[in-house]
Design a protein around this ligand. Sequence first.
Ligand code: NI
Length: 216
Amino acid sequence: MSETLDRLTDGEPPAEPEPAEIADPKAAAPDESDEPAELDPEVKARRDAALAHVRKFGDPVLNTKAREVERFDDALREEVQRLGMLMHDAMGIGLAATQIGLLNRVFVYRVQPDAPPSALVNPEVKWTSSEEETAEEGCLSLPLVHVDVERPAHVRVEARDEYGEPLLVEASGLEARVILHELDHLDGVLILSKTTREQRKEAMRLLREQQLQPSS
Ligand code: NI
């Protein structure tokens, strides 16, 4: 998943938007061929188009708690499909409805690059391990920002799929991290509030430089 890493090299302006919803902590060594600058122009155009639909830092919707989904209808399935396509095109590994301005408790994620996206509707954390791990995360709503976030290493979540069928998800490592990151979005929580003061300060500086204004 090294395409999810944004690597800034000396002297190059940070022109590329952050492609990752979450950077894969195991992909610490960036792969040259996955550098955004070397993306196929068509892929890059699709990614830019998708990112234009993603709400960015400063948009109050990102600080708003989403509502429970009550109707498992075609509109919901269309929303899930749209989220999956935008996540794919944006080269993210997770995307919450709040990030495209829809306050429904729905998100999609995909940890394996070629797997179909999974959708979780009305997800509820039933258990988290006391064991925690710290890893670097990015967010499609926070261009160029990478901060360390401590999260439980294992998680058990109950949810519904887009047809209303109950799901039980037991996840570890990166998958647990993505799920918890997206669940935070549904509660209006961003990674900025889950990292160290120093990293938050640096992230705010990066966001200010991009002229993204805080909402509060
Ligand atoms: Ni995010």
